[in-house]
Design a binder for this molecule. Structure first.
Ligand code: B1M
Length: 209
């Protein structure tokens, strides 16, 4: 029988083919798919997040671990759907209008998926209208990324438009190298996260999940 710790350990080491194989074996062996997700893949990704926060892991290690997570999810996703397992919550993420940087945004997206969120990745150069549309389509948190000081004001645009659209119940979080907690406070965003692992914690905190 597959040990869930073995799945987590291989995910942390970024062994994508092994993770895929082990998840496949666990599913075939009749293990609870929710348990495979939470105690195998998500718990491995949580360790990756801790190591990233403490500078034990850098961007390449996180990307490799995320690839292993994807490999496991390829097998697990259809099984989760069959079993009717719901994601933690639905969030949208995008790099704001005028900004084409996506490496950090992609990391946040991967960590969120790794933590059990359903993530709608809107891509780069995302207009406020597109963010609002995703909120109307059920996203409970909008995660905004900006790497340029010149595109930070687009974040305020999204926060303002969301309120104007009467969607004040939908949370916003911001991040990216030039962004700070002070800036989040200034534009009325609900949260700020300095890195991808903290983004997961902040989203959970905002939603109480
Ligand atoms: Co650009 N660039 N760039 N660039 N680029 C910076 C950002 C810059 C600081 C370089 C410099 O001058 N020293 C500078 C910005 C200056 C400023 O405004 N303060 C800059 C500039 C000026 C430009 C151009 C204008 C250059 C030009 O054309 N003259 C141009 C702008 C294009 C545009 O966007 N319209 C440009 C272009 C590019 C490339 C296309 C060449 C490339 C981007 C490729 C890509 O993303 N696919 C690029 C790159 C790679 C960089 C640097 C070198 C690296 C950025 C990066 O990926 N970091 C960067 C200099 C630097 O930071 N050293 C620079 C790694 C990434 C993991 O970190 O994105 O901070 P980061 O994400 C972190 C956190 O910030 C946080 O979590 C992530 C993971 O922990 N986070 C979030 C990010 N988003 C979040 C969202 C959240 C929460 C947390 O939601 C809630």
């Amino acid at each position: 029988m597959v040990e869930l710790k073995e799945i987590a350990d291989n995910l942390i080491k970024g062994q994508a083919p092994k993770v895929k194989e082990l998840v496949g074996e666990a599913v075939k062996g009749g293990m609870d798919v929710k348990k495979i997700l939470s105690d195998g893949l998500i718990s491995g990704m949580a360790v990756v997040g801790v190591k990233f926060k403490s500078n034990e892991f850098y961007v390449p290690e996180v990307l490799i671990a995320a690839r292993a997570m994807h490999a496991g999810m390829e097998i697990l996703e259809p099984e989760l759907a069959k079993a009717g397992v719901e994601p933690l919550a639905k969030v949208s993420i995008g790099t704001v209008k005028g900004d084409l940087h996506d490496i950090g945004k992609n990391l946040v997206s991967m960590m969120m998926r790794g933590a059990g969120f359903k993530v709608d990745d809107l891509g780069i150069d995302v207009s406020p209208e597109k963010f609002i549309e995703s909120a109307k389509n059920g996203s409970q948190v909008l995660c905004l990324s900006a790497l340029l000081t010149t595109t930070m004001p687009s974040m305020k645009g999204v926060v303002d438009e969301l309120k104007k659209a009467g969607l004040g119940n939908v949370k916003t979080m911001i991040g990216g190298a030039p962004v700070t907690q002070n800036y989040a406070d200034e534009i009325g965003s609900d949260g700020y996260a300095p890195d991808a692992a903290s983004a997961v914690d902040k989203a959970k905190e905002l939603l109480g999940v």
